[in-house]
Design a protein around this ligand. Structure first.
Ligand SMILES: Nc1ncnc2c1ncn2[C@@H]1O[C@H](COP(=O)(O)OP(=O)(O)O)[C@@H](O)[C@H]1O
Ligand SMILES: [Mg+2]
Length: 471
């Protein structure tokens, strides 16, 4: 051992101290040829190695720290797209997840520099027919640096065809691993040939564990937030139904009490032997009882109807209805009902064809609109019905010569319990539920309802029903 080499030892001790402190950028003094210098050389190599690893770790750390700031899966994926750019080149990133115990692979997110993406969210394929199986089995990412050539050799690959059509020329396909199990894939794609190399695989391998954990976190948080939204929506719905229930109780208390007391009054009188009622009088009282109970029954039916519709247990049984025959029958019935008022009802036009609707519910719509027209119009007026085929809808119109609908009433018209400015003109009863029920039925069929009216000049109520029934 020569004396100048002895000087090196304290220096090397110093260097190891520096390395221990995490200062990797050190210069190790070297002399040619002896054992001490060999030690020095390996110390220098170690320093370079540590520096390199340190920069890799801080690189991964930077990526994962940034993407971990997102909570929702969407945010995390967006920042994956942004952050990975510095370390792996791509024009597009895609994620796909395995479903049904790994049998099916479904695309669930992608982002791209170019507009058109052929492999859309939801795109799914069988794993058994996919070359990706191999990647899962080995856990090793796959590089394809000439996708056109790859597709040429494997023309049955549907996803390769889509990728080539999209302009992609190289791809790096990496397995996503969660808790040691492959859960899906991350695809890096570039429009340039020969984009990917081992170094990109190495970068990905360093990140994959943390990435998978962050993705899992995002998935859970997103799920929770979806659930929260659903619960909030349900809550609102419950609140609305509760309010509706209160309104119902109010109605029941008010609108049912009056007829019941009046029926009771009449019955009391008829039972009281001090009154000697003529047959004529008895008949009048009975017919009064009949009217009042009719009203109550209708009201109860309407209330039950609204409850059924609101509860979501409202199923339509759609069948084809022959338009012209059907409206002939409707006309006949309503002409009889409108006899006391001498209302004239005519079918101005009926396009022939099949209307696909639930017969009972469809009749409820038409009956309501025609009976309203009769009820709110002066006696001896004319009501016109038009049944029009206006692809893709049937449009049915009921035009009357009543008071029309004021601007103010128009907003409330189709809401529950809308008793508005127009009053029945022949002593008919009103609950304000008819149009609201009608609207719900029309909507359930996939149609719309509305009214055209110039106050003072009558109203034309119309509704549409899709020609092709809503599925
Ligand atoms: N053809 C019409 N012309 C004028 N007003 C109408 C017409 N149809 C309905 N209305 C108004 O809309 C309100 C709500 O109608 P509806 O829901 O059918 O309840 P109801 O027939 O029991 O009053 C009616 O009370 C009336 O004021
Ligand atoms: Mg009505």
């Amino acid at each position: 051992m020569t004396s100048h080499n002895d000087d090196l030892i304290p220096k090397y001790v110093e260097v190891t101290e520096e390395l221990r402190k995490g200062h990797y950028d050190v210069q190790v003094p070297l002399h040619e040829g002896d054992d001490i210098s060999i030690l020095g050389e390996s110390l220098q190599n170690l320093a370079h190695d540590l520096e390199h690893r340190y920069s890799q770790i801080s690189e991964t750390d930077k990526i994962t720290t940034n993407i971990n700031q997102g909570f929702l899966l969407e945010d995390i994926l967006e920042s994956v797209y942004k952050e990975f750019k510095q370390f792996i080149p791509y024009d597009r990133i895609g994620f796909a997840l395995l479903e049904q115990h790994g049998r099916i692979l479904r695309a669930f997110w992608s982002k791209s520099e170019f507009e058109e993406t052929k492999i859309k969210k939801g795109y799914a394929g069988l794993m058994s027919e996919s070359s990706l199986k191999n990647i899962i089995e080995t856990g090793v990412p796959r590089i394809i640096n000439d996708l056109e050539e790859y597709y040429h050799n494997k023309p049955t690959s549907h996803s390769s065809r889509l990728a080539v059509e999209e302009g992609i020329r190289s791809s790096l396909t990496c397995p996503l691993i969660s808790n040691g199990v492959a859960v899906g894939f991350m695809f890096f794609s570039s429009r340039e040939k020969n984009t990917y190399a081992e170094v990109h695989i190495a970068t990905y391998q360093r990140i994959v564990r943390q990435l998978s954990i962050i993705l899992e976190k995002g998935r859970l948080v997103s799920e929770l937030s979806d659930q929260k939204n659903t619960i909030e929506k349900k809550n609102e719905e419950l609140k609305r139904l509760d309010e509706l229930k209160n309104v119902f109780l109010g109605i029941a208390a008010h609108d049912l009490r009056n007829p019941i007391s009046s029926i009771r009054g009449i019955a009391e009188m008829m039972l009281d032997e001090r009154f000697e009622l003529t047959n004529e009088e008895k008949k009048e009282f009975l017919s009064d009882i009949y009217d009042q109970s009719n009203f109550m029954l209708n009201l109860l039916n309407d209330l039950l109807d609204i409850t059924t519709i609101e509860s979501g247990k409202f199923l339509l049984n759609i069948v084809p209805i022959q338009s012209d025959e059907y409206f002939e029958q409707i006309l006949e019935r309503h002409l009889k009902l409108a006899e006391p008022k001498e209302t004239n009802i005519i079918i101005e036009n009926v396009d022939k064809g099949l209307i696909n609707a639930d017969v009972a519910r469809f009749r409820q719509i038409v009956d309501n609109l025609i009976s309203n027209a009769v009820k709110f119009s002066p006696p001896k007026s004319t009501i016109k019905i038009r049944v029009l085929l206006r692809e893709p809808y049937w449009k049915i119109e009921v035009q009357d010569e009543g008071p029309g609908i004021t601007e103010k009433d128009r907003e409330k018209l189709f809401q529950d319990f809308a008793k508005l400015s127009a009053q029945p003109t022949g002593g008919e009863k009103s609950t304000g539920l008819g149009l609201s029920i009608v609207r719900k039925i029309v909507n359930a069929h996939g149609g719309k309802i509305g009214v055209d009216s110039e106050p003072g000049h009558g109203a034309t109520f119309w509704f549409t029903i899709p020609v092709k029934p809503k599925v």
